[in-house]
Design a protein around this ligand. Structure first.
Ligand SMILES: NC(=O)c1ccc[n+]([C@@H]2O[C@H](COP(=O)([O-])OP(=O)(O)OC[C@H]3O[C@@H](n4cnc5c(N)ncnc54)[C@H](O)[C@@H]3O)[C@@H](O)[C@H]2O)c1
Length: 259
């Protein structure tokens, strides 16, 4: 099924984890995919894999916290792939896992720059290509927030702060751009088994397998999420099936935040 035929999708942080799964599913549904990341080798490898399947994809190096790069890359994407219809603001990280009193200002700022400023800059420079008008044809912006943007826990303060911000930025932008035909929604994943989460397990006292079992118990559905679980939600929000959905928060968390 080609639910995204004729659409151009930009995915930030697309070389690994949830971003990579999103690129694969978006391409499978017929989108032309701009894979962007700071991990150039992994991004190029993913594009090679997508091209093998007959998909249309291309890689660009993009640090989402660098405005000049964002502006330049989005212009190139629009030129080479024929516009921008979908932006997946996926690049992000949970940052340092210590109480605020033990965090440095630089650690705090790094997470805010990546998770919040990155969404601001990418949205700002994608909107001109999406606005209805001579070139634009509306669009869909999908912001990766988290369950950590809905409920709190005794961990990762920069993540809770930044993902909470992304949740409300989503609603504000949904209101501001609705008249331009641009929908803006957030996705709130529970723990998803990605390289970053696995690396967190390496620091866990009972090791990676112990960490996975610990996370399984946090999700009423009885398992940790897989990147594809989130990518399916991203495809729905990217597609016209969600044409009446904007300003919404799609929770994909195995019941984590239902308690
Ligand atoms: N994995 C989870 O459990 C989980 C849960 C909730 C929300 N999320 C959110 O989903 C998104 C993806 O998470 P993930 O676990 O797949 O992460 P990941 O660390 O596995 O992958 C993130 C990707 O972003 C890239 N990246 C890092 N800094 C960048 C920058 N400055 N500019 C552009 N790209 C950059 C990395 O190179 C990497 O390819 C993040 O926003 C994360 O906060 C993840």
């Amino acid at each position: 099924m080609q639910r995204l035929q004729h659409k151009v999708a930009v995915v930030t942080g697309g070389a690994a984890g949830i971003g990579r799964a999103a690129c694969r599913l978006l391409a499978r549904e017929g989108a032309r995919v701009a894979v962007t990341d700071v991990q150039d080798a992994a991004g190029a490898a993913l594009v090679a894999e997508l091209l093998e399947t007959g998909a249309h994809a291309r890689y660009w190096h993009l640090d989402v916290a660098n405005e000049a790069q964002v502006q330049d890359v989005f212009r190139q994407v629009a030129d080479h792939l024929g516009g921008i219809d979908v932006l997946v603001n996926n690049a992000g990280s949970s940052g340092a896992d210590r109480p605020g009193r033990a965090l440095t200002e630089a650690e705090w700022q790094r997470t805010i720059d990546l998770n919040v400023k990155g969404v601001f800059l990418c949205t700002r420079h994608a909107v001109p290509y999406m606005r209805r008008g001579r070139e634009g044809r509306g669009g869909s912006i999908i912001n990766l927030s988290s369950v950590c943007g809905i409920v709190s826990a005794q961990d990762i303060p920069p993540d809770h702060a930044s993902k909470g911000a992304v949740g409300l930025m989503t609603k504000t932008d949904a209101l501001l751009y609705a008249a331009d035909g641009i929908r803006v929604n957030s996705v709130h994943a529970g723990f998803i088994w990605t390289p970053r989460v696995e690396a967190m397990g390496e620091r866990f006292e009972r090791g990676v397998e112990g960490y996975r079992r610990h996370l399984e118990r946090l999700h009423p559905i009885g398992r940790v999420g897989e990147p594809e679980d989130v990518a399916h939600g991203i495809v729905y929000l990217a597609s016209d099936e969600s044409r009446f959905v904007t300003g919404s928060a799609l929770v994909i968390d195995g019941g984590y935040s239902a308690r």
